[in-house]
Design a binder for this molecule. Structure first.
Ligand code: MCA
Ligand code: AMP
Length: 509
């Protein structure tokens, strides 16, 4: 089975029903299905077929959705890239994945041009502009307006559908190979446990280039035959208004989104009538007990928290029954997911004790793209090592709690930041002798990227803002330090290892 085939089948059942209303423009299931056929035809003309990687770096738009589903329908592999990635980051993803086609807009094309010429990838731009050196996608689409690609879905269940890059604690980013089986299994599980139906109207405010916005929210809705009300970007006031005006029933967000919705709530002169809503889902980062309580007190809704990873899709979820949602807990393994907790020696812990969580099921990815060693290290006896620490409560049906991370990772507003990647960039600045990057508590983003920097001799006058600007030219903004502290020397233990916990203690408010 192919994910796009599942969605094609839903399109046949729901025909003229609105599937996506993007910034006020409505696309029925049939419209989308036809567009997917046209885009598939164009992609085929451009040489795309089974196993070929196509990378997209686009703002949130309908073209992203058409391209992605079209690509899957002909067996291609989608590489969704964060719209904020800078040229150096994009270069690595395109080269490492050996992508045959890079689809972007003309502005990004010009920004990345020297790099794109260097690596020699074929580029297509989506806005209707003639750009030297790039294919005009819209021009090609116009020529296939009547003849559409017949869907043939040339894939097996275990063929790769999407490669999502996840940064590494050491070294290079790894491309997680996610198969059609992974996507479909997880989608079916979520449909069942969240009682998702064609009567739902989902408010979609997340980016499309990550698991949360693309797989969970978009694939899930299209498959259930529901309607998606899609906003190009998240704006708290508009989110509350749209929820009421469009009679939305579901919404998904990261904790930062709910935090901002609450801040907005306090300012609203008249509170919105949320009687059409049935569930607000939170994930991608820890939801604090305070925010859970604040949201319930204000709206009457108990946020439904679930836990996932790029490599596994969704693993656990709180119950659909609101009384079974416990603040601080990520709920129970999904029906198709098995979970174990192991100690440092690889033995299962006594229930209730903290250890590393291992995962197994049809949701678990196939491995890291062209990194057999890393893939091997990530599995023990067929179980995937999540790198997350947690425990199961024996007195509450083995309910799962996350309690920390074995991996060094900062989650800022739902985006993952690996300190090592930021440190590597910082160290290329002439003024930086050495540095350490940590995450500090932040009410808005959950964690805030913060750097401690030891300066090279002779750079005492440098302004931290200059170093931040330098980082922004090399890294997506969300990875860049929000604050830089200059320090005479980094705290180290007897082995010479940097004591990051001491830095956190020192700089926390
Ligand atoms: C924006 N900025 C950020 C972030 N977002 N800085 C740090 N962390 C961030 N997450 C920067 C902006 O570039 C801007 O920089 C400044 O902060 C203020 O931006 P603002 O306008 O307030 O932000 P925004 O554009 O409104 O975005 C906030 C957001 C967004 C809506 C919370 O970050 C977001 O959509 N996050 C969701 C990410 C997501 O979908 N994660 C799922 C990953 P300047 O100084 O230049 O103005 S999937 C996953 O994790 C797993 C599988 C799972 O379980 O789901
Ligand atoms: P990513 O690599 O973007 O897929 O991020 C996955 C990581 O996000 C997980 O390994 C967890 O550390 C974290 N995460 C996802 N959902 C939650 C949650 N509900 N609570 C705490 N952490 C979460």
């Amino acid at each position: 089975m192919n994910l796009a085939e599942k969605i094609h089948q839903t399109a046949i059942s729901y025909g003229d029903k609105p599937a996506i209303v993007f910034e006020g423009i409505s696309y029925s299931f049939t419209n989308i299905d036809k567009e997917v056929g046209r885009y598939a035809s164009v992609l085929k003309q451009l040489g795309i077929g089974p196993g070929i990687r196509v990378a997209f770096q686009l703002d949130k738009c309908m073209e992203f959705i058409f391209l992605h589903l079209a690509n899957l329908s002909i067996g291609g592999i989608t590489l969704p890239l964060n719209s904020g990635y800078q040229t150096d980051e994009v270069e690595y993803f395109l080269s490492d994945s050996e992508s045959s086609l890079f689809v972007t807009d003309s502005k990004r094309y010009h920004t990345h041009l020297p790099m794109l010429e260097k690596i020699g990838v074929k580029v297509a731009v989506i806005n209707n502009e003639t750009v030297t050196g790039a294919v005009n996608l819209r021009g090609l689409l116009e020529k296939v307006s009547t003849v559409t690609e017949q869907h043939n879905f040339p894939t097996g269940d275990d063929d790769v559908a999407v490669i999502c890059y996840t940064s590494g604690t050491t070294g290079r980013s790894k491309g997680a190979m996610i198969t059609h089986r992974n996507l479909i299994a997880n989608m079916l599980d979520l449909k069942n446990i969240w009682q998702w139906t064609e009567n739902d109207i989902l408010l979609h405010i997340l980016p499309l280039f990550h698991v949360h916005g693309l797989f969970v929210a978009l694939h899930g809705s299209l498959y259930a035959g529901s309607t998606v009300i899609m906003h190009e970007r998240f704006e708290p006031d508009r989110t509350w208004r749209t929820m009421v005006e469009e009679n939305c029933t579901m919404m998904m967000g990261v904790p930062t989104v709910y935090q901002r919705l609450m801040n907005e709530w306090d300012k609203l002169p008249a509170k919105p009538d949320l009687s059409s809503m049935r569930v607000f889902i939170s994930g991608s980062a820890p939801l604090s007990i305070n925010l859970f309580a604040r949201f319930e007190k204000a709206t009457g809704f108990r946020l439904l928290e679930r836990y996932g990873m790029t490599e596994t899709g969704m693993n656990t979820s709180n119950t659909y029954d609101p009384t079974g949602r416990k603040p601080g807990s990520v709920g129970f393994p999904l029906p198709g997911v098995s979970l174990r907790v192991i100690d440092g020696e690889g033995k299962d812990v006594v229930p209730g004790e903290i250890g590393e969580m291992l995962l197994k099921g049809d949701n678990v990815f196939k491995g890291y793209w062209q990194m057999p060693e890393k893939t091997k290290e990530s599995f023990v006896d067929g179980w995937f090592r999540s790198g997350d620490l947690g425990y199961q409560e024996p007195d509450d049906e083995m309910r799962v709690y996350l309690s920390g991370r074995a991996k060094e990772l900062i989650i800022s507003g739902g985006y993952n930041v690996y300190p090592k990647e930021v440190e590597t960039v910082l160290e290329t600045h002439a003024a930086v002798k050495e540095c350490a990057v940590v995450g500090l508590f932040d009410e808005d983003f959950g964690e805030k990227v913060t750097a401690a920097v030891v300066l090279q001799d002779g750079f005492d006058e440098i302004n931290p803002a200059e170093i931040i600007t330098f980082c922004r030219s090399k890294l997506a903004v969300f990875k860049c330090p929000k604050t830089i502290h200059f320090i005479d020397e980094l705290p180290r233990n007897a082995m010479g290892k940097i004591q990051k916990n001491q830095l956190v203690e020192r700089y926390k408010r």
